[in-house]
Design a protein around this ligand. Structure first.
Ligand code: BTN
Length: 252
C-alpha cells in the first residue's frame, strides 16, 4: 500500500499536548510539505470540538494531525474537508470489519459511530487566504485498543470493544492514509456529487426522526441531510430548517 503524499512525511512525538497545536505551530514556523502527519503515543491535552477535551489512553489509540494545503478549494466548500475526513475513516473501518458485523455511521458533522457509539472524532482547523483555503489541519482521534472509557462507557467505544481484536496502530494509520488520499484526490478532482452521495449514504439517522436539543429545549425532527455549507437540514413540522453545529445537539 502506498500513498503519493499523505503520510510520506511523518513526525512521531512520544508525548505532546495536542498534535493539532503542534501541526499549527509547524505551519507557522517552517513550511511542512502537504501530507505531513504529526502523531503521538501520548497526547496530554487533546482538543475536541466545541471546546471539549479529547482523552485517549497512551499507546492504545490513534491521535494524529494531517496537514493539507487545499488551495484549490473555495471557502464556501470548506465543509468538504470534514466530509472527506469522515469518509476516509468510514472507508478504513469498513475494510476492517467483517461485512454485516457492525454498524458504521457518520454522525453529523463528523463523528464516527460503531454500533451507535463514538469511536472517532475529528477536529479541523483551517486558515484562509482571500476567498480560498490556505492550510488545513485535520486532527483525528480514533479509539483502537482501549478497553475502558470510564464514565463514557455508554457513549464511547473502540475497535477492540466492537470487533474483539487488537490492531497494530502503525498499520492502521497507513491504511487510513491510503483511503484519505483517495478521498482527497476525489475532492481535488471536483467530484462533489460523489462525495455528497457517499457522505449522505453513511449519515446516522438519515430520514429518521431523532431528538435534538437547542438553547430553547428539546424537540423532535427528521434528519433530511447536510447542506454544502455543512449545516444540518431538519424537517420540523412542515418546515425544513438549517442548524449550525454550535446551536444544536442530537440526543441518541
Ligand atoms: C471531537 O470529536 O470533539 C474531535 C476530537 C479530535 C481529537 C483529535 S486527537 C488528535 C488531534 N489533536 C487534538 O488535540 N485533537 C485532535
Amino acid at each position: 500500500m502506498a500513498t503519493l503524499f499523505i503520510g510520506q512525511n511523518k513526525i512521531f512525538l512520544t508525548e505532546v499536548d495536542s498534535t493539532n497545536s503542534y501541526a499549527s505551530s509547524l505551519l507557522k514556523n517552517v513550511n511542512p510539505p502537504e501530507g505531513t502527519v504529526v502523531y503521538t503515543s501520548n497526547q496530554t491535552q487533546g482538543r475536541g470540538q466545541r471546546g471539549n477535551s479529547w482523552k485517549a489512553e497512551p499507546s492504545r489509540n490513534i491521535t494524529l494531525s494531517l496537514i493539507l494545503k487545499p488551495t484549490f478549494l473555495s471557502v464556501e466548500k470548506a465543509f468538504y474537508l470534514s466530509k472527506i475526513a469522515a469518509l476516509a475513516i468510514h472507508d478504513v473501518l469498513t475494510e476492517l470489519a467483517p461485512p454485516g458485523q457492525i454498524d458504521i455511521k457518520i454522525k453529523w458533522p463528523n463523528d464516527i459511530l460503531l454500533n451507535r457509539k463514538k469511536t472517532a472524532g475529528i477536529l479541523i482547523e483551517n486558515s484562509f487566504k482571500e476567498n480560498s483555503m490556505a492550510n488545513c489541519v485535520t486532527g483525528i482521534g480514533l479509539n483502537v485498543n482501549q478497553e475502558d472509557f470510564g464514565e463514557l462507557n455508554a457513549s464511547a467505544t473502540s475497535l477492540l470493544k466492537e470487533l474483539s481484536r487488537r490492531f497494530d496502530l502503525e498499520e492502521l494509520m497507513e491504511r487510513l492514509f491510503v483511503h484519505y488520499e483517495k478521498r482527497y484526490l476525489q475532492l481535488k478532482a471536483g467530484r462533489f456529487a460523489q462525495l455528497n452521495d457517499d457522505y449522505l449514504g453513511r449519515l446516522f439517522m438519515l430520514n429518521e426522526s431523532a431528538s435534538f436539543e437547542d438553547r430553547l429545549g428539546r424537540f423532535e425532527a427528521k434528519v433530511k441531510g447536510v447542506g454544502e455549507n455543512g449545516l444540518l437540514l431538519l424537517d420540523r413540522g412542515a418546515r425544513t430548517e438549517q442548524f449550525d453545529v454550535k446551536e444544536i445537539r442530537m440526543i441518541y
